[in-house]
Design a protein. Sequence first.
Length: 115
Amino acid sequence: VQLVESGGDLVQPGGSLRLSCAASGFTFSSYAMSWHRQAPGKERELVAGFSSAGSSTNYANSVKGRFIIFRDNDKNTVYLQMNSLKPEDTGVYYCKAVGWTGNYWGQGTRVTVSS
């Protein structure tokens, strides 16, 4: 199982980024996929996620209306579109897959929101 995140960058407040998580080694469409982040000195938190069947999504209150999670099962990829970024969105963003074989994490991609 491999999860590879990309798309992290330095961006100014108010800007946008799209993160990608390319998955391999498991039946992607059958797994619940989610994005989490860890800010400096803080615990890792859920940002956005799909239910196991991918039919419903949930978001942290702090990102509702600004972030969108979506997936392309043909490409085995889950995305996080982040708009109206704020300095408090800074952190390392991780992709997570949950399924019948276990839970898996990617290595993370760093997002820095700063002027």
